[in-house]
Design a protein around this ligand. Structure first.
Ligand SMILES: *Cc1c(COP(=O)(O)O)cnc(C)c1O
Length: 391
């Protein structure tokens, strides 16, 4: 029997890792007089390309924007079909809907929670244009299989790498595998600019198009337009969007990118402590991390075998809350949300694996500033709830 240490600790679900360096960078930007897209954004893009080993990086104000201009640059149109995972955040599905195209979901694998490549081909029709693999929790999808299917059927691959900054697939950094890759710097992601995103590609034409689309379809960057070398003249080449990143965000991004390796390592070490303890509890099943991928831990999820327990998953979350531990659930599958049911006739039961996992998982707190004692507090609490509520 595990004894619960009654001195309460408050464990929030997430705390961003912002230190003096980031604060100084932002202050420096504010003092420089250049606060929208400018030299720091350009530098951030260059550093991001170096980091991911991709030819082009285009900074935007969210991963949602990144996915949107990625789909626009490959020419998605009304009525097209795009294959993706239902086990993802709203953003992955909504960008498809922006074009009046159809998100065609494919169920996930029970071990990794990533899209199941074996089920993709059955969903390909004459309208299919692209696949959006989502690297769940920071573990890259089976990219060899996905790229082979895409090649065979002449489809583009746009990776949703919101969770996978710094992850690798067979020795290659994510950002350099599919046709285009979208990253998120949202507050809770592995590195943050508050709000922000990046899109990477090795294709010159896509890069050119996305560069124009992110700022009103205009042919020149703002920093050139307003600097001495620029002029007042510009041309609108496409309909475009207001998706540019500001130098304030880029200042944060530059310092966060420098620390990213360390931040991901810290997460890995903390996750290893969780793994070690939870692998001994029969009511908990852990997400499989494959040897051939360079996983980074964005999410730490446990899958509860509630048939052995007197309480269900939601009650388990309440029990953790009573012990001042905040948790989350990633994700409510897209196809069971009212919009997707109503618009595309999806129903409960369509993607049984995603649904089963959704009903039984909990995302536990995991972030670099957690101490070993914080992790142990969570482990003790989970263990205690299980031992009290075991049937
Ligand atoms: C967070 C997230 C996004 C969206 O990122 P934003 O930067 O907030 O637009 C997209 N996909 C997944 C899987 C996410 O978790």
């Amino acid at each position: 029997m595990i004894k619960f240490k009654r001195q309460m600790r408050k464990i929030p679900y997430f705390k961003p890792d912002i230190e003096e360096e980031e604060i100084n960078e932002v202050v420096d930007t504010l003092k420089s007089g250049w606060i929208t897209t400018g030299p720091k954004t350009k530098k951030f893009e260059e550093e991001f390309s170096k980091y991911t080993n991709s030819k082009y990086s285009i900074a935007v104000n969210s991963c949602t924007a990144a996915l949107h201009i990625a789909l626009d640059s490959i020419g998605i149109k009304k009525g097209d079909e795009i294959i993706t995972s239902p086990f993802t955040f709203a953003a992955t599905g909504e960008v498809i809907c922006y074009f009046d195209a159809k998100p065609v979901f494919v169920d996930i694998k029970e071990d990794t929670y990533n899209i199941d490549p074996k089920k993709i081909e059955a969903k390909i029709t004459s309208k299919t244009r692209a696949i959006i693999p989502v690297h769940y929790g920071g573990q890259p999808c089976d990219m060899d299989e996905i790229m082979a299917i895409a090649k065979k059927h002449n489809l583009k691959v746009i990776e949703d790498a919101a969770h996978a900054i710094g992850a690798e697939y067979k020795g290659k950094k994510i950002g350099n595998v599919g046709d285009i890759t979208a990253f998120s710097f949202y507050a809770t992601k592995n590195m943050t600019t508050g709000e922000g995103g990046m899109v990477t590609t090795n294709d010159k034409e896509y890069a050119k198009k996305m560069n124009i689309l992110r700022l009103h379809g205009i042919s020149k960057d703002a920093w050139k337009r307003y600097s001495d070398e620029g002029s007042w003249y510009y041309e609108i080449l496409d309909k475009g969007y207001k998706y540019n990143m500001s130098d304030i965000q880029a200042a944060l991004g530059l310092s966060q990118l420098k620390k990213l390796g360390d931040l991901n390592k810290k997460r890995g070490k903390l996750a290893a402590i969780y793994n070690e303890s939870f692998s001994k509890i029969p009511e908990i099943k852990l997400r499989k991390i494959k040897d051939e991928v360079g996983n980074i831990y964005h999410l730490y999820t446990i899958w509860l075998n509630t048939s052995n327990l007197k309480i269900n998953r939601n009650e388990f979350i309440e029990e953790l809350k009573r012990r001042s531990i905040s948790t989350s659930v990633h994700f409510i599958p897209l196809h069971i949300h009212p919009y997707y049911k109503k618009t595309f006739n999806y129903c409960v039961g369509d993607f049984p694996i995603a649904e089963k996992i959704y009903e039984n998982i909990i995302s536990l707190p995991l972030y670099p500033s957690m101490t070993k004692a914080d992790i142990e507090y969570v482990i003790d609490a989970v263990g205690e709830i299980i031992s009290i509520d075991r049937k």
